[in-house]
Each structure stands twice: as structure tokens, then as C-alpha cells.
Ligand binder design. Structure first.
Ligand code: ARG
Ligand code: ZN
Length: 897
């Protein structure tokens, strides 16, 4: 049954303090929970209803004496509590079974170590509680466990006491000085070692930073520690937000449902976002670690000091914290062009994952109105679109204005559980003259209306009057439950590019003089017309610069317009965008031409890339000034998913064939340029994962895979040989893995020996073996060869469904990361998907529900795909009550009409 946002009521009781005692045992852990509660005087008197899940209840005492209670399903109901406003003590004794917890929510065991994951509703799997974020309490935690098996005992806050007990057991008592909601509780107990770092923050306070890992992994924690120190310094410098703890700990686990978790003072991370060494992690891994460490650290203020009133407000902390981690990565990257590269990467994720979500059955507003299972709403809409909504506020009030707004937000709400409205209000109030403040109510439609708005731009040049008229109009398609949309507030950053490539000074009719060559126009009506004066020749509009709003821009650019922007736009984002539009257009035209045979032999039916486009791409590749990372982005074709999203009806095999043929054409026709690019981007010095050298490696890697592709077509053996050599000799994982991928993606005979060698080399290093699995499951499909390979991989002794990283590396890489392999005309990919959703659901509903989303866009598929996808969905749905509520919600929405 769905929970509605508007049904929110304040809790009937407050919990002021929580005193937890754990006797940790994998088979049966005993939890003594002593709370001090009081009635909330603002709410009518009513029984206390505590959440619990999979708990064995042994005892309930009120003020030290037995009391009557009942269980209504999983809810513990206490009716005979002391009347009046006086606080009272409630003591609850329960047990749970961590070793049997395969859901990885609540208290569980991973490789012999205890971990917790409480967001969103995992704390109720540890003890009975008011497991909702607006109930904030002071925690003290006593951990007891066998000392040999669990030498390290951690919880939130400060270690106040520890020592030995009888029978080889020991204890540790932790006290958290900060009040927190239950979802931020954490404990860890096991055999771990820590990298430690003492720092003195700007305010002069000393802090101990620790990163806990398994014994062999200590050497891989330096980058994470550096990232943590950089995050602390950045939040202080940019937002005046200091570390408020004496001790800040990160613990890595290889069994984790998502990326990481911001538990107060005790972050728990997926090993994927902690461990890195030049030999085992790629440049992308290094960058992800920096960004996730930053993200979790920034939650310490945006999420922990000020938290969410209810889970409908999730984007209050997630959208804001993603915005902050994006800004952190950009500031760390340094140069304007490295910032632009990061922006392009972020927008690419938004457009390939969030836009489809916003157009599909799971579409929901940034602040949803209802949900069945909150875990299903940790989505790209809440996170990435939420970050765009914060970014628009940032852009509307400016960098300083935004810092002021943040300050106001913390002045007003520190220590509180609040709503998205509170954030926007603080931002507006701190900037009373801003457009945000003037149009706040309308702006907030970004929080309440789902769907991706479309902005249509139409320009007209009047040579006689020397004016350029630009009409911008907006619309937004219906989404489930929201048939009609009201206009959004859409900031459109724009400039005009003259035919010679120069930037025109912008002067709107009625203005005394031109001001600058770029400005932001705020579209808030359904349609708005701008008249620029002093425009002698027809310009090309460069719109939505830097992707100033999360919308789809429709504009009838000619190929020549796009070539001009690609060559000359002063905005790097739009330069990249122009190239993507050209390539997208070519892909779509060829997909529309009807069945297309991709020729493995290298002979083309026709050339798809017009000479001018090829030349422009060559010009970017050979450009003397542009960054390698930027070139790599420009030369990368839009993904199959993104191309598919632009089509009214999708034949995934045709999309795959055309894109592969385009790749082959790019490889073949720019062959000598790729050779140049590979040779010109070799680094000799020590490995450093900074954006500039990472960009060089990325471009060299793309060049190598293009050369292997071209070689496969021509029968050349030189480049595959070089790739194999590179694979063997590479001094870092990025080069090694890129070389391996080049061989695997081109289906070269050397791929198999290389894969075997790679496995032998990295046996036992789980994160690297994940890459090995993922590479094979996501490699370009040839005649349906990937699915049998995937089934085979699942028989491999290293495969396990219980480990989420491993399950994702094979199953998700195939179902979500390999459209050409997954969408088979015989429906076998969908059968596999249904099978795996059901098997996973019995183990881990959160992971299963993620996989269940693979067929969200089934209605867009052409036949025979649509019918077989539909049948697969129905097969899962037929499990009915046998499904978790997580998977049921996703499947029900997918099938709803
Ligand atoms: N708050 C965590 C983060 O964004 C993620 C928690 C995800 N929880 C979940 N149940 N899916 O860093
Ligand atoms: Zn987060």
C-alpha cells in the first residue's frame, strides 16, 4: 500500500536518548534498547507504535516494570504508557540473525565482519523504534563481542570506554555527541586495520581521520584519505562548514547494496569507492572515489546536521549533496576545460538515465507524492535531477548568493528535520532581489512536477532591420498521475555566434547598449520572444549553455549551424553538444532507412558520415589546444540508450547495428588520425590520476580500440599485437584495461588469452575480477553471442549472486549495459532477466528491484521485442504475493496503463 506525502503527521512521541547494548553473534545477536521517550504535546494522545522487522521480541519494560503490548503485523503497539508530559523509560530486548541477513539492510555479516545499513528503514531490523527521520535522538552504544574474531568495535561518535570481558570477549562504548535520526546509526565489528591521519582544521581543532579496511588492503587507501582531507578543506573554504567531530571514520565493505552511506562519523563504503592503486584501479575509479568520499563527507552537513522531515524530502539532502560533490570535483579539476568535461559527464548521466526515467512508468517528481517502497526512490531523479534543480537555484542567485543561502539554511534549520520548501525558502530569502525569490512558487514546480520539459527555439533574422528574433516555448508531456503541467522557470544561458565564428555582443530591443556576449534568459511563460538588435548577419544561437536547465532543447539547426558551433562556440558544453547532435542526426537517419546489415568484413553499403562532419571530427581530434579528455568526449558516439530515447519506436538491434557501423566507419576513415592520437598521448612520467593525464590515457585508449576495430575489418595484425603488448606491459590499470577492452570489443583472437592472463594476474582481487566479469558481459554483441557467455560466466567459480558487486558486474552489465546483447529478437535476454529478478528477489529485494527496472521502457520497443518483453514482465508479476514489495512496485508500475 502506498504512502502519501500529504498524509504526513508529526510523531506522537519523541525519543530523546537511546542506549543500545549489542552482544554480537552472527547466528543470534542480542540487542538491548533502552530509550527515554516523552509524548509529543502537539499531537493528540495515542498509543506508541514502533516499527520492527524480522526481530524476535523477548522483553518490554516501561519504567523498569513489565507492561502489556501487542504486535500488529510487524508493529509493536504499547497502549498503557504513562500519561502526561513526563519522560519515561522504555526498555526493549530483542534478537536478530545477522548471518542470515542476505538483504544487507539492518545488521549483517560480510566476510566475517558485522556491518549495518539503516537508510532508509533498516534500523527497524535491529530494534523496535520510531524509524523515521524526524525523530532525532542522542545515542550511546555498548558493543560486546569475541575479541579474537572481532578485534575492532566501532559505532558513531567518540570512543568513551573499552576493555576486556570474560571468556575472550571485549567491549567498547561509543557516544555520539550529535542528535541523529535512526537511519544514520551505524556499527561495525570485525578484523579490520586502519589508515590514520591527524589533521588540524582551519578553526584550529584537531581531528582523527580513519579508513578501515581488511588487512591486505591498507596500501590502497591513500587516495581515499587524500580525497577525505580535500573534502574537509573544500567544505570549509567554500561553504564555511567545518568538520564537527573529533573522529571521522570510513569503513569499507565488499558487500554493499549501493555506493556508500553517510552514517554520522562512521561512513560505510562499498570497497569500490575506497580501494585504489595504480595497478588495480582505473582513472575513472580514482575520480569516482574522490567524488563519493566527497559526497558522503558533505552529507555531514547537508543530510546529517539538517536532515529530512520525511522520505518524500529525500532530494533535500541528496540533490543538494550531489550538487556539492559535483562542484567539489570541478573545483578539484581546476582548469575551465576540465570543469567542462566534468559537466559533460554529469549531463551525459542525466540524459541517458534520468531522462528515460522521467519519460517512463517510474517517473516521479524530485519530491515524490507517494511511494510503496522508499528504497525504490533512491533514483537518478532524486539525485541527479535534484542536483540540477539546486544548480538552477545556484545559477539564479549566483555563487555568492548561493553561499549566503546555505548560511541562512543552516542558521534556520541546524539540528532540524526539514523539507525541500525550507531549503528553497532560505535560498530565496537570502537573495530577496533575485529572480528565484521573485518567482519562488513557480520555480518550485521543479520539485512537484515530473517529466522532462521540452524547450523549442525558433529564430528569425531580419537583414533589413538587423534584428534577430528568438522565440522560446516550453511544454512538458504527461507523466503517471500528472496529465497537465504548468510552465516551469527555465534559465536559458545563451549567446549568438556570427557566421565567422565570433561571439556577438548581446543587445535586446529597448536596451541602451550591448552587455557581454552571454546572458541567461529566464523563460517562465509558455512562450517568450526576444529581439536582439544590431545583428547584421544571420547568427547561430548557442542555447542552454553549460546545460543551464534539465530540459530537452529542440532547435532546427542545419548541419552547417552545428558545424559552426562545433568549431567555434565559446561554450565548451555546447561545442560538444553540437557534435553529438550531428552524430545523433546521422544515426537516426540511417536507422530510419530500414534494415541495415552491419558488415563485419569492413565493406560499407554506403558511407554514413558526410565529409564535412568527418573533417570537423578530425579537426577536433588534431586540435592543438583542446584537452584530450574533451576530444575523447566529442569523438564518442551517443550511446545506444541515448539514441533509442530519441526514437518514437525502438528496434534495438537496428540501433546497435547502425551505431556499430558508425564506429567502424569512424575507426576506418580516421585511421591515421587515431594512430597519431595513440602515439601522441603516451605518458612517460609517474602515474597520476589527475584530469589532464587521465584525459590523455582516455583518448589513447579510445584510439587503440578504434585501431583494433579498423584492424579487424582490414585483417591487419599490427594494432591488435600492439594492444596485446600494451595489455601485458602497462604500468597502470587504465592502460591495461583499455588495451584488454580494445581486444575484447573487436573480437580479436588475442582477446581470449588476454582475458585468461588478466584473470590469473588478479585472482583474489574482487574489484578487479568484477571488471573482468563486467567487460565480458558488456562487450558488443555479435550474432547473439553475449547471452550464452553471460550464462557461462555465472557458472564460473568466482561468480556469486549474493555479492551485489559481483551480481551487478555480470547481470546488470548485461541487462542494463549491453542493449545490443540484451534485446534479442528471440526474447531470450528478457527470459534471462525475469529469471534473475526472481532469484535475486529471494536474496536481496533492493538489488532485485534495481534489476527490475531494465524493462522500464518496454512500451517503446518495436515488435517482436515489445511482446516478448511484456511477457517477461508478466511472468515476474505472476509471482504476486511471492514478490518483495520492492520488485512488485516496479513491475506494477511498468505494467500499469
Ligand atoms: N544516502 C546514501 C548516499 O546517497 C545512499 C543510501 C541509499 N539507500 C538505499 N536504501 N538505497 O550516499
Ligand atoms: Zn547521498
Amino acid at each position: 500500500t502506498a504512502i502519501q506525502r500529504l498524509d504526513y503527521t508529526a510523531p506522537a512521541y519523541w525519543i530523546d536518548t537511546v542506549d543500545l547494548t549489542f552482544d554480537l553473534d552472527p547466528a543470534k545477536t542480542r540487542v538491548l534498547n533502552k530509550m527515554r521517550l516523552r509524548r509529543n504535546p502537539d499531537v493528540p494522545a495515542q498509543p506508541l507504535r514502533l516499527h520492527g522487522e524480522e526481530l524476535n521480541l523477548a522483553r518490554v519494560l516501561v519504567n523498569g516494570a513489565g507492561t502489556s503490548f501487542k504486535l500488529e503485523g510487524s508493529v509493536l503497539v504499547l497502549e498503557n504508557l504513562p500519561e502526561g508530559a513526563e519522560p519515561f523509560d522504555l526498555e526493549i530486548f530483542t534478537t536478530c540473525q545477522p548471518a542470515k541477513n542476505t538483504q544487507l539492510s539492518g545488521l549483517y555479516v560480510s566476510e566475517g565482519t558485522f556491518f549495518t545499513q539503516c537508510e532508509a528503514e533498516g534500523f527497524r531490523r535491529i530494534t523496535y523504534f520510531l524509524d523515521r527521520p524526524d525523530v532525532m535522538a542522542t545515542y550511546s552504544v555498548l558493543l560486546r563481542a569475541d575479541k579474537a574474531a572481532y578485534p575492532v568495535l566501532l559505532s558513531n561518535g567518540n570512543l568513551v570506554e573499552h576493555g576486556d570481558l570474560q571468556d575472550g570477549r571485549h567491549f567498547a562504548r561509543w557516544a555520539d555527541p550529535h542528535k541523529k535520526p535512526s537511519y544514520l546509526f551505524a556499527l561495525v565489528a570485525g578484523k579490520l586495520v586502519a589508515r590514520q591521519q591527524k589533521i588540524t582544521s582551519r578553526s584550529g581543532n584537531e581531528h582523527l581521520l580513519e579508513i578501515y579496511v581488511r588487512a591486505g588492503d591498507l596500501g590502497k587507501t591513500e587516495h581515499a584519505m587524500n580525497s577525505l582531507m580535500a573534502s574537509i578543506a573544500w567544505d570549509e573554504a567554500r561553504f564555511n562548514l567545518p568538520l564537527d567531530l573529533e573522529r571521522f571514520m570510513i569503513v569499507a565493505t565488499s558487500d554493499f547494496n549501493m555506493g556508500a552511506m553517510e552514517n554520522k562519523g562512521l561512513n560505510v563504503f562499498n570497497t569500490k569507492y575506497v580501494l585504489a592503486s595504480q595497478a588495480t584501479a582505473t582513472d575513472v575509479d580514482f575520480a569516482n572515489i574522490e567524488s563519493v568520499v566527497g559526497h558522503e563527507y558533505f552529507h555531514n552537513w547537508t543530510g546529517n546536521r539538517v536532515t529530512c522531515r520525511d522520505w518524500f524530502q529525500l532530494s533535500l539532502k541528496e540533490g543538494l549533496t550531489v550538487f556539492r560533490d559535483q562542484e567539489f570535483s570541478m573545483d578539484m579539476a581546476g582548469s575551465p576545460s576540465a570543469r567542462a568535461v566534468k559537466r559533460i559527464e554529469d549531463v551525459r548521466v542525466l540524459r541517458t538515465v534520468q531522462f528515460p526515467e522521467d519519460a517512463g512508468p517510474m517517473a516521479h517528481p524530485v519530491r515524490p507524492d507517494s511511494y510503496v517502497e522508499i528504497n525504490n526512490f533512491y533514483t537518478v531523479t532524486i539525485y541527479e535531477k535534484g542536483a540540477e534543480v539546486v544548480r538552477m537555484q545556484h545559477n539564479l542567485v549566483g555563487r555568492e548568493g548561493f553561499a549566503r543561502g546555505m548560511q541562512r539554511y543552516f542558521e534556520r534549520h541546524d539540528g532540524q528535520a526539514v523539507t525541500c520548501d525550507d531549503f528553497a525558502q532560505a535560498m530565496a530569502d537570502a537573495n530577496p532581489d533575485s529572480e528565484l525569490s521573485q518567482r519562488l512558487d513557480q520555480f518550485k514546480r521543479w520539485y512537484s512536477q515530473a517529466g522532462t520539459p521540452r524547450v523549442r527555439a525558433e529564430g528569425h533574422h531580419d537583414a533589413a532591420a538587423q534584428t534577430y528574433t528568438l522565440t522560446l516555448s516550453q511544454s512538458c508531456a504527461p507523466t503517471p498521475g500528472q496529465p497537465d503541467k504548468l510552465p516551469f522557470v527555465i534559465p536559458v544561458a545563451l549567446g549568438l555566434v556570427a557566421p565567422d565564428g565570433s561571439a556577438l555582443p548581446l543587445q535586446l530591443q529597448g536596451e541602451a547598449h550591448a552587455t557581454g556576449t552571454e546572458r541567461t534568459v529566464v523563460l517562465h511563460e509558455a512562450s517568450h520572444t526576444l529581439v536582439f538588435t544590431g545583428v547584421a548577419q544571420p547568427p547561430v544561437p548557442s542555447l542552454l549553455r553549460g546545460f543551464s536547465a534539465p530540459v530537452i532543447l529542440d532547435c532546427d539547426y542545419t548541419d552547417e549551424d552545428l558545424l559552426l558551433l562545433l568549431a567555434h562556440d565559446s561554450d565548451p558544453f555546447n561545442r560538444w553538444e553540437a557534435g553529438q547532435r550531428l552524430l545523433l542526426r546521422i544515426a537516426i537517419e540511417n536507422i530510419a532507412k530500414g534494415p541495415y546489415e552491419s558488415r563485419a568484413g569492413g565493406s560499407f553499403e554506403q558511407e554514413m558520415l558526410p565529409p564535412a562532419v568527418l573533417q570537423a571530427l578530425q579537426g577536433v581530434l588534431r586540435h592543438p589546444q583542446l584537452d584530450a579528455a574533451f576530444k575523447d568526449l566529442v569523438l564518442t558516439l551517443p550511446s545506444e540508450t541515448y539514441i533509442a530515447e530519441q526514437l518514437p519506436e525502438v528496434d534495438p538491434q537496428r540501433v546497435h547495428a547502425v551505431r556499430e557501423a558508425l564506429r567502424l566507419e569512424l575507426a576506418t576513415r580516421l585511421r591515421s588520425d587515431w594512430e597519431w592520437a595513440f602515439e601522441a598521448h603516451q605518458d612517460s612520467g609517474a602515474y597520476r590520476p589527475d584530469p589532464v593525464s587521465a584525459g590523455r590515457r582516455a583518448l589513447a585508449g579510445t584510439a587503440l580500440s578504434m585501431l583494433c576495430l579498423a584492424a579487424q575489418a582490414s585483417g591487419d595484425v599490427i594494432w591488435p599485437g600492439k594492444a596485446y603488448q600494451r595489455f601485458k606491459d602497462a604500468g597502470n590499470m587504465t592502460d591495461r584495461f583499455n588495451a584488454l577492452s580494445a581486444l575484447v570489443a573487436s573480437h580479436h583472437a588475442l582477446a581470449q588469452p588476454a582475458l585468461e592472463r588478466f584473470h590469473a594476474l588478479f585472482q583474489g582481487d574482487a574489484l578487479v575480477i568484477d571488471k573482468w566479469f563486467a567487460l565480458q558481459a558488456s562487450r558488443p554483441d555479435h550474432g547473439g553471442d553475449v547471452l550464452p557467455a553471460v550464462r557461462q560466466l555465472m557458472q564460473h567459480p568466482d561468480f556469486s549472486l549474493k555479492n551485489p558487486n559481483r551480481a551487478r558486474s555480470v547481470i546488470f552489465s548485461y541487462c542494463n549495459g549491453n542493449p545490443g546483447g540484451f534485446h534479442r529478437a528471440d526474447g531470450a535476454g528478457y527470459d534471462f532477466w525475469a529469471e534473475q529478478v526472481l532469484v535475486l528477489d529471494a536474496l536481496n529485494p533492493q538489488v532485485a528491484a534495481r534489476l527490475a527496472r531494465s524493462l522500464d521502457r518496454w512500451r517503446k520497443l518495436a515488435e517482436p521485442y515489445r511482446a516478448t518483453a511484456h511477457a517477461a514482465l508478466q511472468r515476474v508479476a505472476a509471482k504476486g504475493d511471492g514478490l518483495s514489495s520492492d520488485v512488485r512496485e516496479v513491475i506494477t508500475r511498468a505494467l500499469a496503463d
